[in-house]
Design a binder for this molecule. Structure first.
Ligand SMILES: C[S@@+](CC[C@H](N)C(=O)[O-])C[C@H]1O[C@@H](n2cnc3c(N)ncnc32)[C@H](O)[C@@H]1O
Length: 244
């Protein structure tokens, strides 16, 4: 029976998938990106911490890699929270935090559409390789964007590191070929969850162009402050500000 005050948590279509992949998730990330995923998260953490924020959130933390970079670089007084709706993912993140002596990170189980935070409480929110999950053909996209807007302080920053679309057609085709022909079979074989890597490839191939993503965020009320593509746009970092 539900306890008083306990919020109803809706099971979302992708939630099952993120409950099944955790054991091999990090290994496959490193393999399919030649370890560049970690470099990109590190750069995103640097952008997040540039103005010495007091309260930061790693949204959809998964196995906690962005949170670990934040913990390593943040000033001692910075409060780091990390939220995800997959219990098994958070379990991997918590174990990693203990192993790396990163006990300062506050891990929380929760849905990005209904987060357990007060209005205007974060100076910075970052999201690594999960913005696609929240926005790609997701009927709840606006719920997620409104919720991020709600919990950011006026003037606060939202930093996204995500796969993107190369502007060069040759590079774009090569990237899409790699996602279809290498990522799906390799990820599928190592995780035993081919559908999860099929979803990854499909969503990355059909994801927004940088201009479309920026436009969507402007409609949600955010101002663009930074866009840095990597490898010709295979991945990118965007930083947005909530008007102050
Ligand atoms: C591709 S993983 C990215 C994980 C991590 N940020 C990283 O850098 O590897 C996507 C994560 O987003 C989480 N996620 C997706 N939708 C969510 C939602 N609505 N609320 C909370 N977490 C969500 C999943 O459980 C998963 O851990």
């Amino acid at each position: 029976m539900k306890k008083d005050g306990e919020k109803e948590r809706q099971v979302r279509p992708l939630q099952k998938m993120f409950t099944a992949v955790p054991p091999s998730y990090d290994l496959i990330n490193r393999l399919i990106t030649f370890r560049f995923d970690e470099r990109w998260r590190k750069k995103a953490a640097a952008v997040m911490l540039a103005d010495e924020p007091g309260q930061v959130l790693d949204l959809c933390t998964g196995s906690g890699d962005l949170a670990m970079h934040l913990h390593k670089r943040a000033a001692p007084g910075t409060v780091i929270s990390a939220l995800d709706y997959s219990g098994p993912m958070l379990e991997v993140a918590r174990k990693k935090a203990i192993k790396r002596n990163a006990q300062r990170i506050n891990f929380l189980l929760g849905d990005a559409a209904n987060m357990p935070f007060e209005n205007h409480c974060f100076d910075v929110i970052g999201i690594a390789f999960a913005f696609r999950n929240l926005t790609f053909r997701n009927p709840d996209k606006n719920l997620f964007l409104d919720e991020i807007f709600r919990i950011l302080k006026p003037g606060g920053k939202f930093v996204v590191v995500e796969t993107s679309q190369p502007s060069n057609p040759f590079l774009k085709n090569l990237f899409h070929f790699y996602m279809r022909r290498i990522t799906v079979p390799l990820g599928g074989m190592l995780s035993g969850q081919r559908h999860a890597y099929h979803y990854l490839a499909h969503s990355a191939i059909h994801f927004y162009s940088p201009a479309e993503l920026i436009d969507m965020m402007k409609h949600a009320g955010f101002d663009l402050v930074l866009h840095r593509p990597y490898f010709g746009g295979i991945s990118a970092i965007w930083a947005f500000r909530k008007p102050g």
